[in-house]
Write a protein that binds this ligand. Structure first.
Ligand SMILES: NC(=O)c1ccc[n+]([C@@H]2O[C@H](COP(=O)([O-])OP(=O)(O)OC[C@H]3O[C@@H](n4cnc5c(N)ncnc54)[C@H](O)[C@@H]3O)[C@@H](O)[C@H]2O)c1
Length: 469
């Protein structure tokens, strides 16, 4: 009996120890989110929230990077009034010449050309007759170029993603704040027709409170891999896990949720599938050894905001899938979706009788009929599209959104208005690359998303585009 009692006591003790160990492992910090360093803002330095700068009647522009993307921008700028294309730069002189031909065709004078050296772009930035430096090079020099251009007294606009590491992101913020120069990321997808119309609907309360948004870059790049200068894009994918091209999904989602204009992103978690298709392509098509290829076939990121909203972002440049930016929102009274079916689902109370005579019969269990969708899109057409849609479709660039982006950038500079996207948007949307990599390398641990405004995220009440009148 005594022996049985001892055995029982030992069993209780053992179970107790196991439970305690389990609890200890939780409280020992295993579930604490990972954090990164937030540099202190130098004393006397001001944020650039809502930054305005003196009006520039004729915006003088210099372009750096004239590969697949750059010449399209040069061409679009020939259609924007109040612009002078002053200088063109690329590593290769023949690429500069190709863009000079665009100017000639448009009946414009030749621009000053810079090429030949890795750092020829610095001479372009040093010119005293340029207001805006427009960058469309590969990802690795974006931050250096933006920082140098701002230090030379220029506003900058840079292709996506404009910065790849947290060090770069903080250095770009620091420079924009110190110089009080505009630093805009050229995120075109926020101007697409369905997205901007839906944003307008959301801002007018059609969906109730928007609680969830999703976005993505799903685009198999196999046919493009061979076309990037010095193979920079495949190399970046080879060396980095994580969502390294998040801005097309993040831009529209963050504008819907008023990120750093009343809400802020608090933390993220990421998971990825193992890389398969791109390593196979390297082996089978290029006949090379893919080595330790890092970027997952599909990377999924979930984000939680301060105001209790969620964002879901995907990256997949490897799989044979239809192109998609996912774009979806769910609100308390309605829903919008772009890929693969573009449509709205709304509670009847959210639809006016001028849009649908039988609106009270609508419910959100299915998409509104096509004629109601068309009527909604007409009623809520954004002012930017009312003014620019025709011209944008004529000039083109991803169906017109690229022209609208460039036009808005110049319009705001000409009118001394805050730009549609500021350096904190750039930081937030680009931060997914380093922060998802950190999460993935730590068993999908939650990672704190820094407040890049350093305390100013609640100063502006809602995201809105600025207009001169
Ligand atoms: N927003 C969009 O829809 C969209 C679409 C395509 C590409 N992009 C972005 O545009 C950028 C450029 O992409 P791309 O497809 O044109 O790549 P690309 O490789 O075709 O072109 C890059 C160009 O930059 C030049 N370059 C590199 N280093 C330079 C230097 N030191 N000085 C001057 N020129 C230099 C190269 O010679 C090349 O001509 C990337 O950031 C990419 O992600 C955005």
């Amino acid at each position: 009996m005594k022996k049985l009692f001892h055995l029982l006591m030992l069993a209780i003790l053992f179970t107790g120890c196991t439970m305690a160990t389990g609890e200890n492992s939780k409280t020992n910090g295993n579930y604490e989110p990972l954090t990164t360093k937030v540099p202190t803002r130098p004393s006397g330095q001001k944020d650039v929230l809502g930054l305005t700068t003196p009006k520039i009647e004729t915006v003088r522009v210099g372009f750096i990077g004239l590969g697949m993307r750059g010449p399209g921008a040069v061409s679009r700028f020939t259609h924007i009034p109040g612009v002078e294309i002053v200088a063109l730069c690329d590593l290769y002189p023949e690429r500069v010449e190709k863009s000079q031909a665009i100017l000639e065709k448009a009946g414009l004078p030749a621009a000053a050309g810079y090429s030949g050296e890795e750092e020829s772009w610095k001479e372009l930035c040093q010119r005293d007759d340029i207001d805006l430096v427009y960058i469309a090079t590969d990802w690795k020099r974006h931050a250096d170029m933006m920082i140098y251009a701002m230090e030379q007294g220029k506003h900058v606009a840079c292709e996506v993603p404009a910065a790849m590491t947290l060090e770069e992101i903080w250095a770009v913020i620091e420079t924009s704040e110190r110089t009080q120069k505009h630093c805009m990321q050229l995120e075109n997808c926020v101007y697409d027709f369905f997205e901007l119309t839906t944003l307008n609907m959301a801002q007018q309360g059609v969906f109730g409170e928007v609680l969830y948004a999703e976005g993505a870059y799903i685009h198999q790049l196999e046919e493009f891999w061979g076309s990037y200068e010095s193979d920079w894009r495949l190399k970046y994918n080879k060396n980095h896990r994580g969502d390294i091209y998040a801005t097309h999904g993040m831009g529209p989602a963050c504008q819907l949720l008023d990120i750093h204009r009343g809400d802020k992103m608090n933390y993220l978690v990421a998971v990825d599938s193992k890389p398969v298709s791109i390593p196979n392509y390297i082996k089978e098509v290029r006949g090379e050894d893919p080595g330790d290829f890092k970027n997952g076939q599909n990377t999924t990121t979930l984000i939680k905001t301060e105001k209790g909203k969620t964002i879901h972002i995907q990256h997949d440049v490897a799989s044979p899938r239809p192109y998609s930016r996912m774009y979806q929102l769910t609100g308390t009274k309605g829903f919008a979706n772009k890929y693969p079916i573009q449509g709205y689902a709304l509670q009847g109370s959210q639809v006016d009788s001028d849009v649908a005579s039988n609106h009270e019969n609508l419910n959100a269990h299915s998409y509104v009929p096509e004629d109601v969708k068309e009527a909604l899109m007409t009623k809520y057409k954004h002012r930017i599209h009312q003014e620019l849609e025709e011209k944008a479709k004529e000039v083109g660039g991803h169906g017109g959104m690229d022209f609208i982006m460039d036009y808005r950038l110049i319009y705001c500079l000409q009118n001394g208005l805050p730009l549609d996207m500021d350096v904190y948007d750039l930081a937030e949307w680009c931060s997914l690359a380093p922060l998802t990599e950190l999460s993935l390398e730590n068993h999908s641990a939650p990672v704190i998303i820094p407040d890049f405004t350093r305390g100013g995220w609640n100063k502006i009440d809602g995201f809105r585009h600025a207009f001169a009148d």
